[in-house]
Design a protein around this ligand. Structure first.
Ligand code: MN
Ligand code: MN
Length: 353
């Protein structure tokens, strides 16, 4: 039974969303997004059974059926918010162009409908990420949505794990809700999330080390050196390879998440997308007392030039992010002193060079 003391997401939003600008519309849109998330949660929760159902009588393979969930989630988002008249523009990872909607909807919704969908085959957590911006006046050109992240009115993600949770900010802290499946409502379970300042987890795809820039190599090498290195303490590696799951860990447990620029593909500015991955996560992390950087500046201040633009991402506990920024600064000025471990140096235990 629903405890009358529960704070549901709609009650919370009506109380939390600032009146200006577009407060009522914003609260209503976020309630619609929560309903979309419930529908995606139901689809994702069927796992391979969803594929079996749609496979009946078709030639599709299981993998193809599961891949379609990205598109199903995109449809659910579009249908779940288009009807209301609140939204004048939609942009999604699954759509090449910004989609403008007739009418005077004052808000833009930018989203990654299903993040980490490769994890579905293994029944590992996936998510959805979203960002809300105000459309300036009647401008419906492609530039109308290309606003830096500090202009976001709201940001959030859903994580479809053992339970389905939504983490949201409207610029007044970061708050988490858990879906009560029997009642069908999101209930406030993580009010005012604060990222722990002291943390020893670092999250990065370490197989890319040889492609990283020296300041990132330096930071990670120092973590790996543990008590014997310059940090004087041991760290832990964590990596789910699903941005939502990895950032969720950082929000709740602290630590640092890095998807830096690398030289794996020439001239590629990182791997994650600025507008529907980095910006919403950066706002959530800052609102939880953490920091989010490209290594060379605040993510939320990056002026987007394209809707699918990529960006390097370093986010989490403030002191760790600031350290990575400092290593970039020292490297760019040419006066960094990368740590070289006695174990991995020239005359190490492992090489005869
Ligand atoms: Mn994604
Ligand atoms: Mn996606």
């Amino acid at each position: 039974m629903l405890n009358p003391g529960y704070t549901t997401i709609s009650k919370f939003l009506i109380q939390q969303v600032p009146e200006e600008p577009h407060g009522r519309e914003l609260a209503a849109l976020l309630v619609d997004v929560a309903a979309v998330v419930k529908a995606i949660s139901a689809a994702v929760g069927k796992g391979p059974l969803l594929g079996l159902a749609s496979l009946a009588g078709s030639e599709n393979t299981q993998g193809e059926a599961q891949k379609k969930l990205d598109l199903i989630a995109d449809e659910l988002f579009a249908r779940g918010v288009e009807w209301s008249g609140l939204v004048g523009a939609l942009a999604s990872e699954e759509r090449d162009e910004v989609h403008f909607i007739d009418g005077n909807g004052p808000l833009a919704l930018v989203f990654d409908p299903l993040d980490g969908s490769n994890n579905l085959d293994m029944n590992l957590p996936v998510g959805s990420i979203f960002s809300v911006l105000a459309l300036a006046g009647s401008d419906r050109g492609p530039g109308a949505v290309l606003q830096p992240g500090h202009r976001q009115l709201a940001a959030g993600y859903a994580i479809y794990g053992p339970s389905t949770q939504v983490v949201i900010t409207v610029g007044r802290g970061t708050h988490g809700f858990t879906l009560d499946r029997e009642i069908g409502n999101f209930v406030l379970t993580h009010p005012d999330i604060r990222i722990p300042e002291e943390a020893s987890d670092y999250l990065i795809n370490a197989s890319n080390r040889r492609f990283w820039e020296p300041p990132v190599q330096r930071y990670v090498d120092e973590c790996k050196a543990g008590v014997e290195g310059p940090r004087g303490r041991d760290f832990n590696t964590r990596w789910v390879a699903s941005m939502v799951a990895d950032v969720h860990r950082v929000l709740l447990r602290g630590g640092i998440y890095l998807y830096p620029r690398d030289q794996k593909e020439a001239n590629r500015e990182g791997r994650l997308r600025l507008m529907y991955e980095a910006n919403p996560m950066a706002m959530l992390v800052e609102q939880a007392g953490g920091a989010a950087s490209t290594g060379r500046g605040r993510i939320l201040d990056v002026q987007p030039e394209r809707i699918h633009q990529r960006v390097p991402v370093v986010l989490g506990s403030r002191a760790e992010v600031e350290r990575v920024d400092r290593y970039h600064e020292e490297f760019d000025k040419g006066d960094d002193k990368p740590y070289s471990s006695p174990l991995f140096g020239e005359r190490s235990l492992f090489t005869n060079a």
